[in-house]
Design a protein around this ligand. Structure first.
Ligand code: DGY
Length: 323
C-alpha cells in the first residue's frame, strides 16, 4: 500500500515534521512562504491530506476544483474560521483541529496583555528605549491597579476558564463571564467565576473585558460601537480570540474618543495588516498573534495534527474532528 501523500502548508516545529515524515509521504513547505489560493486549490486535487494552519485562507472557492483527492484537512490550530467548513464537508473532506494543548499559553498571553495595558508596560518600554525617561516621579506613567478589579470574560471554554483561574487565583480579581450555554455554577466556581445572562450585563460591571469566543460569522463584530458604549467608562478590552470578533474601526473610535481606556490585542481583522489607527495609539498594546507561540505548545499542536491524520488513515475515530 503506498503511503498517503500529505502537504504541510507552512514550516512546523522539527519534532512534529519528523513524526509526520516517519509515517507519511510528505511534502514540506521548506521556504515557509504562504501558499496562494490557487496553490491550495491545486493541492486539494493532488494530496490525500492537506495540513493548513490558521493563516491559510480556505474559502468555498478553493474547494471548487473538478476533482478533489484530499480526504482530510488536519488544521494546525484550534481556530478554524479560516476554513469554509460547509464547503469542505460538501466535498467529503473531514476537518480536524488542535484543542487543549494551547490553553495555558493563550491564557498567559491574555494575562500579559491585561497587565501590559493596565500598567502601561508597552508605553514605558518605548519611552525608556527612546531615551525619553527622565526618572521616577510620583506621577510618572501611572496605570490602573489590577487586584480587586472585575474582569468579564466572553466565552467560557478551555481558554476562558484558564484565564479566569489566572485572574482570580493569581491576581485577586473578581470574574464574571458570558457563555452561550449555561455552565454549572460549581464548575464556574472552580475558576472563581460567576456566569451572567448577557454580554451587556458582563460589559456593565467589568473593568476589563477579555474575549475567548470563536471567530467566524456567529461572533463577527460582537464588540461593536454599541457594545463599546456599554462598557464601563475607563474599562479595557483584551482580545486573544479572533480579529473579526471586534469591529476594529469602532474600537479605534472608542479608544480615540475615550469611551474605553485601552486595549490589548493579539489578533486582528486582516492579519498581518494592523490599522495605523491602532498603531499610533499609546493606550493600546499590540502583539503579533503570539497566543500559542511557545516551543512546547507549537510542538504539541503539530503532534495533535499527526495524531488526527494517523487515526484517519488507520480508520480509527478522530480525536479532534470538527467536521
Ligand atoms: C489557534 O490555534 O487558533 C491560535 O489562534 C493559534 O495561536
Amino acid at each position: 500500500m503506498p503511503r498517503p501523500r500529505i502537504l504541510v502548508t507552512r514550516r512546523w516545529p522539527v519534532a512534529a515534521e519528523a513524526a509526520l515524515a516517519e509515517r507519511f509521504d510528505v511534502d514540506f513547505n521548506r521556504d515557509d512562504v504562504p501558499l496562494t489560493l490557487e496553490q491550495l486549490g491545486r493541492a486539494l486535487g493532488e494530496y490525500d491530506a492537506v495540513l493548513p494552519t490558521v493563516s491559510d485562507k480556505l474559502p468555498s472557492s478553493v474547494f471548487e476544483g473538478a476533482s478533489v483527492r484530499t480526504k482530510i484537512l488536519g488544521n494546525f490550530g484550534v481556530g478554524f474560521n479560516h476554513i469554509d467548513i460547509a464547503a469542505a464537508k460538501a466535498r467529503g473532506i473531514v476537518v480536524t483541529n488542535t484543542p487543549g494543548v494551547l490553553t495555558d499559553c493563550t491564557a498567559d498571553i491574555a494575562m500579559l496583555l491585561l497587565l501590559s495595558v493596565a500598567r502601561r508596560g508597552g508605553e514605558g518600554e518605548r519611552q525608556l528605549r527612546a531615551g525619553e525617561w527622565t526618572g521616577w516621579s510620583p506621577t510618572h506613567m501611572v496605570g490602573s491597579k489590577v487586584a480587586g478589579k472585575t474582569v468579564g470574560i466572553i466565552g467560557f471554554g478551555r481558554i476562558g476558564r484558564a484565564f479566569a483561574q489566572r485572574c482570580h487565583f493569581g491576581f485577586g480579581m473578581d470574574v464574571v463571564f458570558y457563555n452561550r450555554s449555561p455552565i454549572d455554577p460549581h464548575e464556574a466556581q472552580r475558576y472563581g467565576a460567576e456566569q451572567l445572562p448577557s454580554v451587556e450585563e458582563v460589559l456593565a460591571v467589568s473593568d476589563f473585558v477579555s474575549l475567548h469566543c470563536p471567530g467566524g460569522a456567529e461572533n463577527r463584530h460582537l464588540m461593536n460601537a454599541t457594545r463599546f458604549a456599554a462598557m464601563k467608562p475607563g474599562a479595557f478590552l483584551i482580545n486573544t480570540a479572533r480579529g473579526d470578533v471586534v469591529d476594529e474601526a469602532a474600537l479605534i473610535d472608542a479608544l480615540e474618543g475615550g469611551t474605553i481606556r485601552g486595549a490589548g490585542l493579539d489578533v486582528y481583522e486582516a492579519e498581518p495588516q494592523v490599522p495605523e489607527g491602532l498603531k499610533r495609539l499609546e493606550n493600546v498594546v499590540l502583539l503579533p498573534h503570539l497566543g500559542s507561540a511557545t516551543e512546547e505548545t507549537r510542538t504539541a499542536m503539530g503532534m495533535k495534527v499527526v495524531e488526527n491524520v494517523t487515526a484517519f488513515f488507520d480508520g480509527r475515530e478522530l480525536p479532534n474532528r470538527v467536521a
